[in-house]
Design a protein around this ligand. Structure first.
Ligand SMILES: [Zn+2]
Length: 400
């Protein structure tokens, strides 16, 4: 078979020795210690090669709006109010342009799969949904984008929101979101056979939790493996005993967890002036109980999170630092939470460096996943279905 490309001596995150990887017609056709073939080649010298980072939770539609929001306090209430105001002047072209800017940043950071929430409500209508659906199509060559139709401002309390949500599902939404939790979301998910991704908790008060009801419903509806929850900041405020109980329950019923460190660190504990709590759910501890956990970007350059380079390796490093993780095996778990685990959370088909899979391959300037997190290793180049989708020049020192 004529090969299009050979990657020489790359290291996979879960395997020991380096291998050659052969690509033809957009797929991985062979992986072996040595492949004898005459084809264009790239020498990786033992660098990590992954199927790309997977961002399981981002908001492309409301990214890059800092310049039109005037926030003084940095609280959640202020962020919600100022984004709700800004949203009234969104146009489809404006949403497309901002989402495109953010998506391109993610692509050059080595992200090859992504789930974006898109807000749907009577103010913005389906403008965001239509803009991001177009973007999904226009950037298929670089990234697989799942669109989660998301009624941010509620459903039962917002007349017209449910009708719009159903329209988005009819028009190709991949996932349905909710905030806060309501039964209606499960009903619509069943009707359209969609996975569900809830936003849960915007506080660190563990005296009550929507999570219990989400677990109960997931179990009752037989939707295990198809439900994810984002934030769950209340889990940052409970003892290990209760966390273990909840972890076992999540694993049993098949509810996955996405932790969003940048946003939660920015917004939680605003009522405190000293010893501000971190408010970041301990995903690495939930992993021990078999929960599918991911670390993701969430907001980029808006009042919820006035930061963002869309780098998931930076997010993993931030999480490890905040969660006081230093052992190599725990750092490796952080790496898994931006690669294989979010792919599982998203039920992403054919993810991974394996024969027969699409040649989605990203090369990192590192030889070890734990060190990649510790050092915030940079991606050097990436392929999507065998075609090069981005290149980042490695830094050069100019000695005297
Ligand atoms: Zn979110």
């Amino acid at each position: 078979m004529a090969l299009d490309l050979l990657l020489r001596q790359g290291r996979r995150a879960d395997e020991e020795g380096p291998v050659d990887i052969a690509v033809a017609s957009g797929r991985i056709v062979e992986i072996a210690e040595r492949i004898a073939a005459d084809a264009p080649e790239e020498r990786l010298d033992g660098r990590l090669v992954i199927a790309g980072f997977v961002d399981s939770h981002i908001h492309l539609d409301k990214s890059c709006i800092l310049d039109r929001c005037h926030c003084e306090q940095g609280t959640l209430e202020e962020a919600i109010a100022s984004v709700a105001t800004a949203k009234r002047s969104f146009t489809e072209a404006d949403i497309y342009a901002r989402a495109q800017r953010t998506l391109e940043k993610a692509i050059v950071q080595g992200t090859t799969r992504m789930r974006t929430h898109v807000e749907i409500d009577p103010r913005v209508g389906l403008k965001g949904f239509h803009a991001v659906r177009r973007l999904k199509h226009d950037y298929e060559w670089a990234i697989d984008l799942q669109i989660c139709a998301f009624p941010q401002e509620g459903l039962t309390n917002d007349p017209g929101a449910e009708e719009l949500l159903v329209q988005a599902c009819e028009q190709g939404a991949d996932v349905i979101g909710g905030c806060p939790y309501t039964d209606t979301i499960f009903e619509i998910a069943r009707r359209f056979d969609l996975d569900i991704d809830f936003h849960l908790d915007f506080d660190t008060d563990p005296s009550w939790m929507h999570l219990d009801e989400v677990c109960r419903q997931t179990d009752a509806q037989g939707w295990g493996g198809r439900v994810a929850v984002g934030h769950v900041t209340k889990l940052s405020a409970i003892d290990h005993c209760r966390l273990a109980e909840i972890g076992r329950r999540l694993a049993d019923v098949g509810v996955a967890v996405t932790v969003l460190p940048a946003t939660d660190l920015f917004l939680m504990g605003r009522d405190r002036h000293l010893h501000v709590p971190r408010g970041v759910a301990p995903a690495h501890r939930l992993l021990h109980h078999g929960v599918t956990c991911s670390l993701a970007t969430n907001n980029v350059l808006n009042p919820f999170t006035p930061f963002g380079d869309c780098s998931l390796i930076r997010m993993a490093n931030l999480y490890a630092n905040v969660a006081q993780i230093g052992r190599a095996r725990d750092l490796k778990a952080c790496f898994d939470m931006i690669t294989t685990l979010p792919a599982r959370l998203m039920n992403a088909a054919h993810y991974g460096v394996a024969v027969g899979h699409p040649a989605d391959l990203v090369v990192l300037d590192s030889r070890d996943p734990a060190l990649a997190v510790a050092e915030v290793a940079q991606p050097l180049f990436g392929l999507k279905r065998g075609r090069r989708s981005f290149t980042r020049a490695a830094a050069t020192i100019h000695r005297p």
